[in-house]
Ligand binder design. Sequence first.
Ligand code: SAH
Length: 470
Amino acid sequence: MLLTLTTTHSPATDLGYLLHKNPSRPQSFDLSFGKAHVFYPEATPERCTVALLVEVDPVGLVRNRRGPAGEGGALEQYVNDRPYAASSFLSVAIAEVFGSALSGHSKERPELVNTPIPLRVVFSALPCRGGEELLRKLFEPLGYSVSARRLPLDENFSDWGDSPYHRVELEARLPLQQLLSHLYVLVPVLDNDKHYWVGDDEVRKLLRHGEGWLALHPAREAITRRYLKHQRSLVDDALAQLADESEPDPDTAAEVHALEEEAIERNISLNEQRLGSVLAALKASGATRVLDLGCGEGRLLQALLKEKQFTEIIGVDVSHHALEIASDQLHYDRLPPMQKARLRLLHGSLIYRDERLAGFDAAAVVEVVEHLDAPRLAAFERVLFECANPKTIIITTPNREYNVKWETLPAGKLRHRDHRFEWTRAEFQAWANGVVSRFNYHVRFLPVGPEDAVVGSPAQMGVFELHPDS
Ligand code: SAH
């Protein structure tokens, strides 16, 4: 079975440092079920491709067999797709051959480990039991563009029909470590075949390699069931642990930390100024159907409800707790029917593709980007600019330069403990300009709050508009 992985990151040969495999030296590794070979069909500063070729020895597998026999009886043990198709053997090979890259270590390029880089993976034969639809359900929410071609059972006998195998290409801008974790978990999920023993250890492996993405994946239940080969008690255990992972974080932290942030910003009631600026920009855009993404406790929603222009208002947040507070503050249960019909609160994460967000006029993303892990920004960009794709997008975020003006804020600290980063004006603008060059938007920047001649305003706003021709 063959997998190739290409990057056009500059210099592309950094791929060798990330994988701890020298592009100029082919290497082979002994595995318990066969052999793995690693080599680079191309390695230039512009483009670098690594190939992982895994040879599975089905006869050796029968001799060294652990666990129960396959279901297909004696013949299937010898004649099967293992040598040709990507399966859990590929996951084992990835873990053995690219172990340090999979766990996010790079001695030579530590700064690249968490950097999203353009990556393209090609599987020569990937079994998709569940069809192309399942393939898309698994990879698209993680930010991949997927293309797949179903392979015939035998090119010489077309009436035998199609096989479950596909030639698959996946493309994404992600840290390499994340891509390897996705493959490690999802390839066996697609295969869904029983050919190795599943024990308690598999729950641990699933949670370890699913860390940071599986708990919020819309297909997490199906992934967990298939990965653990439908063994009920293991599946229940893993899902319970995943629920723990997805819940408490945003909720418990958000409340306390929001108070801290409010105290720091209170002096000039930045909150109100920000709300005013966002509302004005939304009104000026002419939008009637709007999204408030990362709506938190619903302050903007409240302001939007007061404006008749907005006929459909959707608040989205990853935190159940924030949504409950929003619903209380808005007295959602007691709203008159006409008002209630205009407003909906949805639970969802902005780093997973979500069809419910498509088809709106405008989206506001107020003080949310800085809460996303930097490596997740690429996924967020696609969810917002490509999938939701509203005509107008308004993004606000703190201006880090202004932090020197907050008396209560220690030097070098961020305003909020949940902030993963805070951008200077140049950094925000560089990010936004990158986004509009990849998606069909243009952007203008506005200050929010009183402007200082040197450090600018406390918050910054980008107003993105879709090009009229799209
Ligand atoms: N827009 C609101 C809240 C800002 S606080 C306001 O201006 O008052 C940031 C909010 O983003 C929090 O409510 C947090 O739960 C939410 N959030 C963080 N990560 C998210 C994600 N991945 N998807 C959706 N919401 C997220």
